[in-house]
Design a protein around this ligand. Structure first.
Ligand SMILES: C/C=C/C(=O)SCCNC(=O)CCNC(=O)[C@H](O)C(C)(C)COP(=O)(O)OP(=O)(O)OC[C@H]1O[C@@H](n2cnc3c(N)ncnc32)[C@H](O)[C@@H]1OP(=O)(O)O
Length: 262
């Protein structure tokens, strides 16, 4: 049985990497089928000890994702808004908490909830022709899938306000300059680059990676003193894992580590 509950979210597992594709024509939009499917899929991947990295991309060569399917909001139904807001939260927070490393291969327009899902990933690689925006206010909405929070964390207040309050759409080179993406690559190559980075992730201990991700994510919510204390605690806790012994001994024995993810 496929790990995905919907054809709109496709998954292929190869080695330690899950390639997840948003495939919802024409613009890879989010709806009440694709959002729960993404949440369910990431939940299953979390339970799979062999998957260390998740690469997310959009089907086709024009859209990574154009965000929420605006047809759903045409009749102004608050119940639909409530269900969609919750579905966005559930899906993108599950993705942000993925125990491995998530990499968005932004292969085209990333608009609204399309940019918000990329921001829920750990790393973003954009193709040179990609364009990004949080244009919700232009259509009487607001970014409710992490936009106001995650964009602020990534790029600071100035560009967050330009993008959300002025509806400014930016190109990949500007996104790189402000820290919204970590790398810009030629058209048609984001997926290849993201998969190469995912392979590099496979060389790290997945147990260390999961612990580091918890610490990094909590950094903006707690005092530095608490964060430093948590680092020391997590460091010592690694010594009750098999991967800690394997990692150090593999180095000393000059061989490649065989991770157990435990
Ligand atoms: C919490 C989250 C909230 C949200 O995410 S709200 C939604 C935020 N997103 C947007 O506002 C983006 C809307 N889309 C656009 O502005 C444009 O697209 C682009 C600038 C990205 C690309 O423009 P162009 O190259 O002219 O393509 P095209 O003809 O507009 O799009 C191709 C087909 O895709 C449909 N489409 C695009 N975005 C959406 C969408 N977000 N919801 C529903 N349909 C969408 C179009 O309508 C059209 O369809 P057809 O071929 O039948 O005319």
């Amino acid at each position: 049985m496929s790990l995905s509950q919907s054809d709109k979210i496709k998954v292929e597992i190869s080695g330690n990497t899950a390639l997840v594709t948003i495939d919802n024509p024409a613009a890879n939009t989010w709806d009440e089928e694709s959002l729960p499917a993404l949440a369910g899929l990431v939940g299953s991947l979390n339970a799979n000890r062999d998957v260390y990295a998740l690469v997310l991309t959009g089907a086709g060569d024009k859209f990574f994702s154009a965000g929420a399917d605006l047809k759903l909001f045409a009749d102004g139904d608050p119940a639909t808004a409530d269900r969609m807001a919750k579905a966005f939260g559930q899906a993108f927070e599950t993705l942000a908490d993925f125990r491995g490393v998530s990499i968005a291969a932004v292969n085209g327009f990333a608009m609204g909830g399309g940019l918000e899902v990329a921001m829920a990933c750990d790393i973003r690689i954009a193709e040179e022709q990609a364009q990004m925006a949080l244009p919700e206010a232009k259509v009487g909405l607001l970014p409710c899938a992490g936009g106001t929070q995650r964009l602020t964390q990534l790029v600071g207040l100035g560009w967050t306000k330009r993008m959300i309050l002025c509806g400014e759409r930016i190109k990949a080179d500007r996104a790189l300059e402000i820290g919204l993406v970590e790398e810009v690559v030629p058209s048609g190559t984001a997926l290849e680059r993201a998969l190469a980075l995912a392979t590099q992730v496979g060389e790290q201990s997945p147990t260390s990676v999961a612990a580091c991700k918890r610490l990094i994510h909590s950094a903006s919510e707690i005092t530095i003193a608490k964060g430093l204390a948590d680092e020391r605690t997590e460091f010592v806790e690694l010594f009750s894992t098999e991967d800690q012994r394997e990692g150090v001994n593999a180095f000393l024995e000059k061989r490649k580590a065989q991770w157990k993810n435990c």
